[in-house]
Design a protein around this ligand. Structure first.
Ligand code: SF4
Ligand code: SF4
Length: 371
């Protein structure tokens, strides 16, 4: 039996709301997963009774289905369509405004970032890995984004190790799960009667000290370790290991790209739900009277026509080229940019693709077939 690591406590299930109450007492807006319209989404948590207790989720290519069970567990599912991304990289926000005076003058007004201390309960390891990638992009030393920065600095993360991966999950093959090894303030392992709790930061240690935890037993630790092993073994999908960029470039004109283009709607659902995609566009939104305009940043997608528009030319004019661009960047040139692939194996792009396109199947087929 594996002994319990030091500084691990046990929080009884009846005391879970004390964690939420502590966060609220410390001034955090507390966000947690909740079932809404058949999907698990993040929303403000008024009580842990709002967590998706007993909910199981079945995910498959193009499919996401919730069902009720009599399990006492609140985190026995893998993920919903949202990651942490919308909480940090807002889908749309105004960066500045311009007032047009009657005399033709322009008055520029800043729209400084607003950030409320926010605690998120229920974060998964894949989303912590994606957050680390987003940090590298938005908090790069020479390009520190003040909007992202403000929200990131105000964020506290209570992670939960995954015990029920979806059929679409493959975080074990990307090395990003199902167990979180860093990036959290507090980490929970869910058992039937409560949670193993461990701190991962000074803020987490402070939170830990405020909770009514008892010493975790070796048996409880073994149960959590066993569930984590089973969650990894259960995953069937895989990404081929290593830097795939050279092999993908060799297959730049492979017929598989046209094959997938025949199924792809270029809707951009995959990039919206992807926790690591960070493309955006900026544009002006003017009031009907035309006296005020806001300069807004909003999510973009490499599947949109405007994404590659430059100097009267759309570089990726067809779906074949856009899908290839997505995969070449996500699984290829990310290695040059960030030293790893941009995929953390969450499987969201598979489940939320309306035509069920599965990037693990596409990349496997592309690499297996002759170039
Ligand atoms: S590419 Fe798909 S599986 Fe990989 S991180 Fe993005 S949404 Fe998740
Ligand atoms: S791969 Fe699927 S989700 Fe992505 S753009 Fe194509 S149809 Fe939409």
């Amino acid at each position: 039996m594996t002994p319990a690591p030091p500084n691990t406590g046990f929080l009884a299930r009846r005391d879970l709301d004390k964690l939420r109450q502590q966060l609220v007492t410390q001034g955090y807006r507390c966000i947690g997963p909740q079932l809404r319209d058949g999907a698990i989404v993040y929303d403000e948590l008024q009580s842990v009774a709002e967590l998706p207790v007993g909910i199981h989720i079945r995910q498959a290519p193009g499919s996401y289905q919730a069902s009720e069970t009599d399990s006492p567990r609140a985190f026995a599912w893998a993920n919903g369509p949202q990651s942490l991304k919308p909480l940090l990289f807002a889908p749309r926000e105004t960066l500045w405004q311009v007032e047009h005076g009657a005399d033709g003058t322009l008055r520029f007004m800043p729209a400084p970032p607003q950030a409320q201390p926010t605690a998120v309960i229920g974060v998964r390891s894949c989303d912590l890995a994606a957050l680390a990638l987003q940090d590298r992009h938005f908090l790069a030393p020479d390009c520190d984004d003040p909007y992202y920065r403000a929200r990131r600095d105000a964020l506290l993360l209570v992670a939960v190790n995954c015990t029920h991966p979806a059929d679409t999950c493959f975080c074990a093959s990307t090395g990003d799960g199902p167990v979180a090894d860093s990036g959290y303030d507090l980490l929970l392992d869910e058992l039937d009667d409560g949670f193993l709790v461990r701190a991962g930061s000074p803020a987490g240690e402070q939170l830990f000290a405020s909770l009514p935890v008892s010493t975790a037993t070796d048996a409880q630790h073994e149960a959590a370790a066993c569930a984590a092993r089973a969650a990894a073994e259960q995953q069937q999908r895989r990404l081929p290991p290593g830097n795939l960029y050279p092999r993908m470039l060799e297959r730049h004109d492979h017929p598989r790209w046209q094959d997938v283009a025949g199924r792809c709607l270029a809707c951009g659902n995959c990039t919206s739900v992807c926790p690591s995609c960070f493309c955006y566009r900026e544009q002006e939104h003017t009031t009907l009277a035309g006296d005020v305009s806001g300069h807004q940043r909003e999510w973009d997608s490499c599947f949109s026509a405007g994404h590659s528009y430059i100097h009267n030319l759309t570089i990726h004019a067809d779906t074949r080229s856009r899908y290839r661009q997505w995969l070449l960047h996500k699984l290829g040139s990310w290695h040059e940019q960030y030293g790893r692939s941009g995929c953390v194996g969450c499987g969201r792009c598979i489940a939320w693709c309306p035509t069920g396109i599965d990037l693990t199947a596409e990349i496997t087929a592309l690499l297996e077939e002759d170039s």
